[in-house]
Design a binder for this molecule. Structure first.
Ligand code: ATP
Ligand code: MG
Length: 407
């Protein structure tokens, strides 16, 4: 008999400690899992108080498991076989399962549980009967109650019997969306996607804000930011992508301010606009990819000058990380290869050779006094374009590359 998994059982992580918020957490996690697994059309997801059930309906287990491993808020999951509720069928089932696992010296036990109390055997009798069936098939196998190599978990439910023997560790963290919403300032660089990933890990529902300055920046740069956003959807589901028209502001700054201050002024505008968008869309914080001392705009003095335009909390998840540590994470979350694609960002294009590392607020304000800051900000905010990024296009891309590889 060929055994195939019929469902995956999901155990919740930290959220089990969250008291009366529990149902809200569980619902978020269920919706996130549905978003992420939307690339598998046959898969169905249902959740109850204690755990989630992911019905495979014929879909291969392996890729679904790979997807699940990435989703924040899952503590562990187990693939499950489904059988008819019949003692003979179950005896054969445990023997078949052990055939795939058996090796010399293997220890095992059976842990049965029934929610259907009308079943002919109670849990103790099930443990014995099924344990003996395994020993009949493998006379040298050792039963061991404490820490066996294999724990065959048998569950008799109303509709069928279920057996699992494997528990796979999940990503931990909190379900995305349970901590509230934050605006991620997402460039096409290495750092901001990693910052987004770390915010997602703690349950922040991020919206990606990307500043584009066509024709100075190319459609390729925009697509890069969208592709990075899509990479982030695998941790907790769909993400709103907000493109901000930034050309007018960059031209204005270039015309009205000395070169050494371009960077500081540009960043202050980005911060103001992101904050305005945050307010309109009910976000609570701003998240960016600044890392202390990495470049001129990221000295403490620069951070202070840039941050001065808002009192909204600015979360900087990578602020104390070394570049190499950030790159390690970027590789782990598979954003690195996209980040290093050579498309010019709006900041690279207008970047001065020698930006100020110690900008003076007094000067900053003087230069901004030459511009109509408020209406520039308003026009940019009025011109935003919002799209929802889902994991699906990536699956399509993978299919396309597979087909290309075949040809
Ligand atoms: P990254 O690798 O994230 O681009 P970086 O080391 O290149 O970071 P900067 O270019 O100074 O650093 O940018 C600092 C932060 O400002 C970025 O991490 C990002 O959060 C934000 N930022 C920069 N450019 C943009 C942009 N075009 N759109 C949105 N946010 C941006
Ligand atoms: Mg950058």
């Amino acid at each position: 008999m060929a055994l195939t998994y019929s469902e995956i059982m999901v155990r919740y992580g930290e959220l089990s400690t969250k008291g009366k918020n529990r149902m809200r957490f569980i619902n978020k996690l269920r919706n996130n899992i549905k978003d992420v697994l939307s690339i598998y059309p046959e898969v169905k997801v249902t959740f109850d108080r204690d755990r989630g059930h992911i019905y495979l309906n014929g879909t291969d287990y392996e890729p679904v498991a790979e997807s699940l491993k990435q989703i924040f808020g899952i503590q562990a999951f187990s693939p499950v076989y489904k059988f008819e509720k019949d003692v003979e069928v179950l005896k054969k089932a445990v023997q078949d399962i052990m055939t795939g696992l058996y090796r010399d010296g293997l220890t095992f036990k059976v842990t049965a549980k029934r929610s259907d109390h009308d079943f002919v055997l109670d849990s103790r009798e099930l443990n014995l009967t099924l344990g003996n069936a395994v020993i009949d098939a493998f006379p040298d196998i050792k039963a061991q109650m404490k820490g066996p190599d294999v724990n065959l978990k048998v569950e008799i439910r109303a509709e069928a019997a279920y057996i699992s023997h494997e528990e796979i560790k999940g990503a931990g963290g909190l379900p995305v969306g349970t901590a509230g919403k934050g605006m991620l300032m997402l460039s096409g660089g290495i750092d901001s996607p990693v910052a987004g990933y770390l915010a997602l890990k703690r349950g922040v529902d991020i919206e990606a804000v990307h500043f584009a300055s066509p024709p100075y920046t190319s459609p390729g740069a925009l697509k890069k930011a969208q592709d990075l956003t899509r990479k982030l959807t695998k941790f907790g589901g769909n993400i709103q992508f907000i493109e901000v028209p930034f050309t007018e502001i960059q031209e204005e700054i270039k015309e009205k301010a000395p070169e050494a201050y371009l960077m500081t002024l540009t960043r202050r505008f980005m911060m103001r606009i992101t904050d305005r968008i945050r307010e309109e869309r009910c976000g609570l914080v701003i998240i960016n990819g600044e890392s202390l001392g990495q470049v001129a705009s990221q000295t403490m003095e620069s951070m202070q000058a840039i941050n001065a335009v808002t009192c909204t909390p600015v979360i900087r998840p990578v602020v104390t990380m070394d570049k190499l540590e950030i790159i390690d994470l970027a590789q782990k979350i598979d954003t690195f290869d996209i980040s290093i694609q050579p498309f010019e960002d709006c900041c690279t294009i207008f970047a001065p050779d020698r930006p100020k590392t110690n900008p003076k607020i007094k000067n900053v304000e003087r230069y901004e006094g030459r511009m109509d800051v408020e209406s520039l900000v308003e026009r940019a905010v009025a011109g935003i374009m919002v799209t929802e990024i889902t994991p699906i296009e990536e699956a399509q891309d993978e299919v396309d590359t597979l087909i290309e590889d075949l040809l």
